[in-house]
Ligand binder design. Structure first.
Ligand code: ZN
Length: 297
């Protein structure tokens, strides 16, 4: 006899669940592509990972789809950033009926706050941009996997430790690259404030056209203030992140005479096979571009 399947709804869409699980692999759902990569690095072939926000997607403004509910419902582990980065998860998790463990990767991270244009103080969620926090993320994911799948616990913990070592190596490499830039030149303008942790780690002053979320567009007055800042600070390049619209950055570059740099990666990885399809490749892509732009300041 069939048991009646439960129905879950979100935004008026009804779906049936759960779906059949893939043979032997552990289904893990990560909220966005950077976390999905971290889970893959640690879980290896033992896990099948789904990223809710796709590569090149904007997690700040993401609207979950019915298939996301089904994926979360069928997961053995859910991995999120926290620090209010993926606010839509607050609704998605209960709506999915998921009862399993949730790893908040920023647990144990010292968060930064910043003053928004509105004057409000907000917590900056982009903690992964400091690789030392990436090491904490790796440890949290390794522990989460070990607890969710005790049979593989030792392998997951060993893989997390190995991955943390590779993150630390990348951190040392970045430090060396930035050391070549005179401190007086270390200023960068990007389309949103995603690099606060990165800047604090390596002594670089980042300015964002938008705030720490991408939800609000800057006013004409704040664009005029940015053009003034570019001239005063002698900033020669404006960078657009892969997941934001280049429109406003183009306007700022045109009005200030600054160069619009190539896309850098902040909140989402590139498509597989692209220039930044892993967390560590993201740094290897961004850092030389930042260094070149700062040397021109
Ligand atoms: Zn962001």
């Amino acid at each position: 006899m069939y048991r009646r399947r439960m129905l879950f709804t979100l935004a008026g869409a009804a779906i049936a669940g759960p779906i059949a699980r893939a043979e032997q692999t552990v289904p893990v759902v990560a909220s966005f592509s950077i976390l999905a990569d971290m889970v893959r690095q640690i879980g290896g072939s033992a896990v099948s990972v789904r990223s809710l926000v796709p590569p090149d997607g904007d997690a700040h403004t993401y609207e979950p789809r019915p298939s996301d509910l089904q994926a979360v419902h069928s997961a053995r582990l859910v991995v999120i950033n926290g620090l209010a980065f993926e606010g839509w998860m607050q609704r998605l998790l209960p709506a999915s009926g998921y009862q399993g463990p949730v790893v908040t990767t920023t647990e144990g991270v010292t968060s930064r706050t910043m003053r928004e244009e509105s004057g409000q103080v907000a917590t900056d969620p982009h903690a992964w941009q400091d690789p030392r926090n990436g090491v904490i993320y790796a440890r949290n994911i390794g522990e989460g996997l070990a607890k969710a799948v005790p049979d593989h616990a030792a392998a997951f913990r060993a893989a997390a430790a190995d991955y943390a070592r590779r993150i630390a190596e990348t951190d040392a490499w970045i430090e060396k690259q930035i050391a070549a830039v005179p401190p007086g030149k270390r200023r960068i303008l990007t389309s949103h404030d995603a690099f606060g942790y990165f800047g604090a780690r390596y002594g670089i002053e980042f300015h964002g056209i938008e705030g720490i979320s991408t939800e609000s567009e800057p006013s004409a007055a704040s664009i005029a203030a940015l053009v003034k800042l570019i001239h005063e600070e002698g900033i020669k390049a404006v960078f657009v992140e892969n997941m934001t619209s280049p429109r406003i950055a183009r306007t700022v570059a045109r009005e200030s005479g600054a160069v619009l740099g190539p896309a850098v990666y902040s909140d989402a990885l590139s498509q597989p096979g692209g220039p930044a399809d892993t967390y560590l490749k993201m740094f290897r892509h961004n850092v030389p571009l930042f260094v070149k732009a700062m040397m021109a300041n």
